[in-house]
Design a protein around this ligand. Sequence first.
Ligand code: NAD
Length: 501
Amino acid sequence: MTSSTTPPASVPEKIRHYINGEFVDSIDGEEFDVLNPVTNEPYIKAASGRKADIEAAVASAKAAFDEGPWPTMLPRERARILNRIADIVESRKDELAAMESFDSGLPITQAKGQAARAAENFRFFADLIVAQVDDAFKVPGRQANYVNRKPIGVAGLITPWNTPFMLESWKLGPAIATGNTVVLKPAEFTPLSASLWPGIFEEAGLPQGVFNMVNGFGEEGFAGDSLVKHPDVPLISFTGESKTGQTIFANAAPWLKGLSMELGGKSPAVVFADADLDAAVNATIFGVFSLNGERCTAGSRILVEESIYDEFVERYAAQAKRVKVGLPSEESTEVAALVHPEHYEKVMSYVEIGKTEARLVAGGGRPEGFETGNFIEPTVFADVKPDARIFQEEIFGPVVAITPFSSDEEALELANDTKYGLAAYIWTSDLKRAHNFSQAVESGMVWLNSNNVRDLRTPFGGVKASGLGHEGGYRSIDFYTEQQSVHINLGEVHNPVFGKQ
Ligand code: NAD
């Protein structure tokens, strides 16, 4: 037995909801099995929430918002609690990463990196609200105006299963930093690490009712859907598939809710012949195989200039074959197990489709020695045509499509030729080309000669089917606050008088 088959010691007996400061079961007692991705055996039960559970959680969050003290506390006081949260997350980083890796199949070293990032998210938003400056505008002698930022109310946070804890922190940090109260609906495939939030928040001194969590499914009648349709939840921050985003958009429409949507991607990595080839190969390997390829910003389409195409494909395939597939718990593992058998089947079906559409140059099957669980070899297809499904559709696994191009114009056309627009990566030593390409590429984010590293101050979001709105830095503060303009008469404002006589 290894630690990838035995749950970490701190795994609770059962995963419950957390409402108004208490762990509770579903009102109807419903539960579901959570699977270990290495064996696909159920290892724990989780409460499956529905409308009644969401109603209880929203009532708790609304009372905490209406009755305070959280929304009216000084930013400095809230920041102190956020910093404590960051300290606790940091101090429990190893335990947290072990749970995350066990539950999601992420390699342990990468799960540790995600845990550190989660702590950083709280610290960052603590700093930001203390340093927050509100706009003020003056018309000399006539009028002064200032912007009154206010928390909005109960924020509904709906998250996916890839890097679950980090993505939850990415929403929880700014939502509570700005004085809102929240109901979190974690992804049903990976509810384990979220079960740590209540203890962390209680220890940090977050007032009761500010954080609530309902586990379970997203579809109609279940927890996610009920949260979106609850009239007392004016804000929904969602990360997940583009198709789910469309459903949520429609379901939130009757209330005109505030929506932030971080959705799917099929991001291009464009490698020109003048690029530093070593750096480009290393970065594009990491870009699609890290996090098991379950990364929204994965550079899953690599476009390579014709003159270096054969050399690139050869080097890329050779390096992909050396990527270490292993158990999630092993420090040397680079790619581990996909999250769930349903997702595994989906990724494998794309591998089979790819074999009929393009040239397989690495991987394409189950790795030797891993007869059970959701393991897949890092898989590389070359000569992929733009109308191929593996070029157009998000696979969300360790599978990459490589396509040649012969001019800058063709590279741009190919880069923009999908419905998505999340990220783009450009590799060239020609700065002018790099900047011009960034201007023209249809993506929310561009990395030039760079791996996917992100400064927390920068806006994060996608265009086209990859998202709606931005979070990150001040954009998160904007999303989670109302901006009320206050106009002050300084004595000489033009005031037309109607009906004087
Ligand atoms: P998903 O859309 O299936 O589920 C995401 C969450 O939405 C889950 O908690 C689910 O229960 C819930 N949900 C499902 N249907 C719902 C409904 N009708 N109403 C309310 N909630 C509902 O996505 P997933 O499979 O968990 O995650 C993978 C996807 O997430 C990929 O497409 C990936 O690109 C995307 N993603 C995007 C980003 C980003 O920042 N752009 C980051 C991470 C993941």
